[in-house]
Design a binder for this molecule. Sequence first.
Ligand code: FA5
Ligand code: MG
Length: 421
Amino acid sequence: RYRLYSTRSQPSPPLQVQGKTYARDTYSNATPTILSKVGKNLHLKPNHPLSILRSRIEAHFPQFQHLNSLSPIVTVKQNFDDLGFPPDHPGRSLTDSYYLNKQEMLRTHTSAHEVELFKAGVEQFLLTADVYRRDEIDRSHYPVFHQMEGANVTTRGEGLARLEKENEEMRQRLDSANIIITDPTRETTATNPIQEEHSEEEARIISDHLKNTLNTLVLRLFGGLRKEGDQEPLQVRWIEATFPWTSPSYEVEVLYEGKWLEILGCGVVKQDALNRSDVPQKLGWAFGLGLERIAMVLFSVPDIRLFWSEDTRFLSQFNEDSITPFKPYSRHPECYKDLAFWTAEGFHENDFCEVVRDVAGDLVEGVQLIDEFVHPKTNRRSVCYRLNYRSMDRSLSNDEVNEIQAKVIETVVEQMGVEVR
Ligand code: FA5
Ligand code: MG
């Protein structure tokens, strides 16, 4: 396997993040560009769409603890092991996640904090934070995005009686609202089982409470958006899912302008995870929702990179009092460059994208595979990528783009052992 950094003879210095030092090892793959995002905290920036959305959701859960400042550097144990991810789960691989070293990583989801919070005795919380994943490059993917984790656990008996009472109240609200909820997951208990530690009644109360809570949340977020006189009901559907620490598990999709949009994953927390949190007597649910996905729709933001813009033409458009659509200002022209090369063994597209991001930063808008073939005699694989460059904030000169492209080429040759055609 090639290494993104430290190809030179002297050992690389340890990684520095927010004043702390992390020893490097063969796992270290967090790049300076990625590490420079740590501490930006867009979800706390006043009048930023992500912060506005966060406050809206927090208002739906007034009795929950609202946590917004947990460090994105977590242990592999927190992010994966505590939640029951098997050792060979693909999410753990170096092509999908950012590691500081073998033990420490940038969290890939806010669920990384569930066990520590349950352990600390917290029963109801909403946790908003930046999460990091190595991924493709396009208008809806960025290696840093924001999630909000919600969890509600309680003791058997009394606690469940309260949930049942709240179920009744939420059901009445939903019955009188202009919303269609499609839920085939009620029939798929064979593939999405209730836990053997739960009675059927307990499992039903918790699942219903989770579903009622999220259906009323969706109604609050998306319901008010429809235009005056719009008789079309809001449509939500529930889909069976799998997460290692919940069962049953679900995903929620909302129909928006003719398209189903996946907004969250959730489920009934597994007894295993609660035992690991030293609260074996409790039971409850958890969800994790993606803020950018929802904010792009609610605020009509066409490109996920805009959330990172410092341009006042973007930032000045939003305020806490209302959700108003983004009015695009004239976009600067794009410039694309094609790059064809023979891949080396073990080539992975996410690694290539990482190099591009590290060299070009936010100036790269998209990376798209436009051609590939395998040489019939040598079996070597050739690929051609189209790299789209565009700044959100200014015009790029052709010279500047050529310079970035040259640097990309130099870096992929040096670090990935590819051969430019
Ligand atoms: C999770 O991350 C789970 N931690 C969710 C969860 C929490 C399940 C608690 C059970 C209990 P997933 O990878 O599907 O699941 O991501 C959750 C949400 O984050 C998605 O529904 C989506 O809205 C958002 N999301 C995921 N990947 C991206 C991405 N690359 N860019 C933007 N948003 C994303
Ligand atoms: Mg998903």
